[in-house]
Design a protein around this ligand. Sequence first.
Ligand code: LLP
Length: 465
Amino acid sequence: MSSLGLSGLGRLEGGIGAIGAHSHGAEWAELWPDTAAFEGNYLRRVGGVELSELIAAHGSPAYVLDLATVESRINQWKTALAAGAGVGETTIHYASKALPVVGVCAFMAQHGLHVDVASEGELAVALAAGIAPEHILVHGNNKSMELLAQSVEYGVGFIVIDSLDELHRLGALGQPATVLLRLTPGVVADTHEAVATAAEHQKFGLSIRYELAHAAVDLIRQYPQLDLAGLHLHIGSNIANKDNFIAGIGRVAAFAHDTRVAVRHLNLGGGLGVPYVPGAVVPSITDHVETLFEALDGAFPSVPHLMVEPGRSLVGTAGITVYSVGTVKDVGDVRFVSVDGGMSDNPRPAMYGAVHTMAPVHRIGGAESPTMRQVMVAGLHCESGDMLGQAALPADLRAGDLVASATTGAYTLSMSSNYNRVPRPVMVAVANGNHETWVRRETVADVIARDQLPQALKLVTRLAD
Ligand code: LLP
């Protein structure tokens, strides 16, 4: 099931003593990048790069992205899609919100992927990465006029219509555009409520039940320059239950049948989860695509072009975050290990109760602790809720040691903030023993660069004197 469950913060009550070593079986390995090399309990290398050397070169904390893992996930998607009978062309649109970085989009394009963007910023990233406009698909439940105008000016491949208002706004521009209608089929996906996007009464899409989708089909006839090319469905994110996808596709197919919309392009969105904790049961990319094909079989008269929009399943497992340990504090028998990051670089534990598995990083030339113990890994921010989670770490862990958090490739950098005016980490890509900065570390000067000394306030103070 989905690993976006409730966090284990409460489980600390009662105290936790020393425990044995982790078992580094297959369930453990699938949480980490494919190239992760462990030495005992310690993570030593990713992408052939010694993590302690990487941190010496780039500083801490650092997001580290293993390109071999991304490439393997791309290939799994491609191979699985190629196996589908009964559909014509297939296209993978990387959901850039998962990790909207120029280098990552360029890497995706190099591997033949197209890109989905959901803001002017993400569009700028895709264009800076050299993505051809016709390979860009534009999303959003409240696209700015500027985003709509840029989309038609550049001639993006698809604009996904999310509301009747938006259809009017786009139509009023008077420019040709190829559009898909994003349908809300009323499917409640088994995931955290904040990322379930196809239930009734949430903000996305055109409800089938309340006939917003039918109204859109009628309305679009008023704008002959808009080409209604097909339909779009995205039921939510981090989903492991295949029945959710099957239900969504069934309802979209029924809508297409009832309204006789010609579905030349069918976009099934993203949503496949990845394991965050050992033993999490999540379908593989291959199994997931098989599920999609099974659901499509016979549901539509034909599917000339099938599109998917994976984010997490492409980059989630490929990324880790490496932190340095600072303060270690024993409160009764609960040990708090504070690191140099936290909810600003990964808000997922605080926002969704998400669990990210952690491991100590090999100390060059250092002795390994024979004992591991449960600790709480705390962030540096001014909230008690700023916890990265529970972890089994060496009993002798001390300031300066490094700790790695798994599965941070998706939705950490993209949701990072400057809470407490903390600069955001560097992002380093690794492959074949090489490492390269793809997003440079923010400086404190970057963080305060937009502030201005209030001249008016000076004036007021002077007047009051
Ligand atoms: N397509 C659309 C229209 C989307 O809204 C999303 C994700 C995707 C595709 C990609 O979904 P994926 O394959 O990554 O599940 N911040 C949350 C996840 C938010 C997902 C937003 N939309 C998290 O940290 O879990």
